[in-house]
Design a protein around this ligand. Structure first.
Ligand code: ZN
Length: 345
């Protein structure tokens, strides 16, 4: 246990460095380290940590290395810029207990620009607040880790055990960045992650579970809507059932001691909805639909139905994939609908 007098001296030193710490946080927030674009911020940290004489490790997260770990989340983006950094302090003789100080460098997207009153990546300080995307979550935390160690060093002390300062990618979507550190062999007796959560010590945390539900309808002509199946309406009972499951899981919170005081620890969110083929006309096959889009390209762009050529091409590609996916049963049904519509009897 650290003596009271020493801990007070460390606190005073932390306060002394605070202006520098703010400037550093501001600088780090200027790097737009959105997912897949974290590398420039990581370069900056790499240089700063090298200046402080840590042993630096920098590597690109390799999916092959982590894919068999139970903590792995499926990857849908390119990882060529997913670079992790670990700065290690190693005392001559290790007598204390080791520590990981972890933080994530990726930030969530800025959202609609018109809702910002300033450039999200040009952080401004007003009163006691700094405004900028990712400042709180969690560049301030990464910088706090670095400056806590700086304060100890400035006083002429050093931790008597290994300390790993980690700046990881891929927290906002998966957690694969921190996992890559673990798989690479970074381990310690304790880990502190200064996420901005109510300014208190949190010992348990729920994760995120992303999942996709696909609902296939049964396309018929609108005048026979009753004989078909509407895919959107078919989602309602599914959403309702998931809400029920959410309540069941929340009711079980008493079995987990760290969630007892949290009102609603598990929250279900219906996210993106992609709807395909709902302008369905039974007489139009997917291939015909694609030809029509190509034929009407100019008009569709003029009318603003599509943003640009690129969007049209993506739309066509999507129809093509959906077309390939359709199984035999739905194909037969499609044909049946078509024949019915033509009334060839
Ligand atoms: Zn965070």
């Amino acid at each position: 246990m650290i003596e009271k007098e020493l801990s007070e001296r460390i606190n005073v030193e932390v306060d002394k460095l605070f202006d520098d710490q703010i400037r550093f946080t501001q600088k780090l927030t200027r790097f737009p380290s959105l997912r897949g674009q974290e590398h420039t911020a990581q370069d900056f940290l790499f240089d700063e940590l090298t200046k402080r004489n840590y042993a630096l490790d920098r590597w690109t997260v390799n999916v092959e290395d982590i894919k068999d770990h139970p903590g792995f989340s499926p990857v849908k983006v390119d990882y060529s810029n997913a670079i992790n950094i670990v700065a290690t302090h190693r005392p001559k003789t290790e007598i204390g207990r080791s520590l990981i100080l972890n933080g994530h460098i990726d930030v969530v997207p800025e959202g609609p620009y018109e809702m910002w009153s300033r450039n999200p990546f040009d952080p401004a300080i007003e009163g006691d607040w700094m405004y900028g995307r990712g400042g709180a979550d969690m560049k301030a935390g990464i910088v706090a880790n670095i400056f806590a160690m700086d304060a100890i060093r400035n006083l002429g002390y050093q931790p008597a055990a290994r300390v790993h300062i980690q700046s990881v990618v891929e927290e906002e979507c998966t957690g694969n960045g921190a996992l890559a550190c673990l798989v690479r062999g970074y381990n310690a007796e304790a880990a502190i992650i200064p996420e901005p959560v109510d300014d208190k010590l949190v010992r348990g945390n729920v994760g995120v579970l992303w999942f996709k539900v696909s609902v296939k309808g049964l396309p018929v002509h609108v005048r026979e809507a009753g004989s078909g199946q509407n895919a959107i309406e078919a989602c309602f009972p599914i959403i309702k059932a998931l809400r029920k499951l959410e309540e069941q899981w929340n009711a079980e919170k008493t079995n987990f001691k760290y969630y007892n005081d949290t009102e609603h620890p598990i929250n279900f969110n219906v996210g993106n909805c992609n709807i395909w083929g709902l302008q369905y006309h039974p007489e139009i096959t997917y291939n015909k639909m694609i030809n029509l889009i190509i034929f009407r390209k100019k008009r569709l762009l003029e009318k603003g139905a599509f943003k640009d050529e690129n969007e049209i091409d993506n739309h066509i590609k999507h129809i093509e994939t959906e077309n390939n996916k359709l199984d035999k049963v739905s194909r037969m049904r499609e044909l049946e609908n078509w024949l019915n519509y033509l009334n060839l009897e």
